[in-house]
Design a binder for this molecule. Structure first.
Ligand code: KIV
Length: 273
């Protein structure tokens, strides 16, 4: 008996093949309804650990747990069928050893059904990338500004301001690429550095605050939808949902207080036999 897996999802090959071609369209997704909306419009959906800040109100991504990532990963996988889905490995789930990284990455893959994991890759992480890839787990690396490292970096600061920092960012990117990551996020670097990394690595680069010189772009979906009062410089708001939602809720509240909602159309009538 042979079992054939039917899937129309993009694969790791489709993502890797985008190097130097039409830019990859990538967004974060944390919930089933949002995954359904984004699925056919994006090449890649990232269940980012930014979920901790965006959905759970945490001050940084450091407090995000493996269980949170699995829960959100499952929701996104349930309502997407086309986009390539990557789940972030949270802080503390992969840095201690390659074995720890493998066990937790395997758990994420098994329990969510996602296609790959992402890790924030300092130079030390190249061994982890190689270990996971060799054992069947596709890895997306994340270089430049690394939100999980804000406590050592002293905040969310763009990277590559000094020659030393610039060279380190390049080394991190090259090390992750040589270790076999299929793609990498570059966050918070100036255009010339993003362009140099994009030229130097063989995998596609996906920028966030890293200019149009990358092979693709990613944003936190809630940022582009205008859900927050404040957004970083690199975000363009393509909608103002905060205002739209505020006005809708004001209208609802006024109708409830004025007893005009619910009206006859929204009220069940007793049907007599
Ligand atoms: O966690 C996240 O959403 C991310 C993106 C911002 C790249 O890592």
């Amino acid at each position: 008996m042979s079992a054939q897996v039917q899937t129309s999802r993009k694969t790791v090959r489709d993502i890797a093949a985008a190097k130097g071609g039409t830019p990859l369209v990538c967004l974060t997704a944390y919930t089933a309804p949002m995954a359904e909306l984004l699925d056919s419009r994006c090449d890649l959906l990232l269940v980012g650990d930014s979920v901790g800040m965006v959905v759970h109100g945490l001050p940084t991504t450091v407090g995000v747990t493996l269980e949170m990532m699995i829960l959100h990963g499952q929701a996104v996988m349930r309502r997407s069928t086309q986009a390539f889905v990557v789940v972030d490995m949270p802080f503390g789930s992969y840095e201690a050893s390659v074995e720890q990284a493998f066990l937790n990455a395997a758990r994420i893959m098994k329990e969510t059904g996602c296609q790959a994991v992402k890790i924030e890759a300092g130079e030390y992480a190249a061994d982890t990338v190689r270990y996971l890839v060799d054992r069947g787990i596709p890895v997306m690396a994340h270089v430049g500004l690394r939100p999980q490292a804000t406590n050592v970096d002293g905040g969310f600061k763009a990277r590559g301001r000094t020659d030393a920092e610039r060279n380190r960012t390049i080394s991190e990117a090259v090390a992750a690429d040589e270790a076999g990551c299929f793609a990498m996020v570059i966050e918070g670097v100036a255009e010339d550095l993003a362009a140099q990394i994009t030229r130097q690595v063989s995998c596609p680069t996906v920028g966030i605050g890293a200019s149009a010189s990358c092979d693709g772009q990613i944003l936190v979906t809630d940022d582009l939808l205008g859900m927050f009062d404040w957004t970083p410089k690199f975000v363009r708001r393509f909608a103002d949902l905060r205002d739209t939602i505020g006005k809708a809720v004001d209208a609802y509240a006024a109708e409830v207080r004025g007893r005009t909602f619910p009206g006859p159309r929204e009220t069940y009538a007793l049907k007599r036999p």
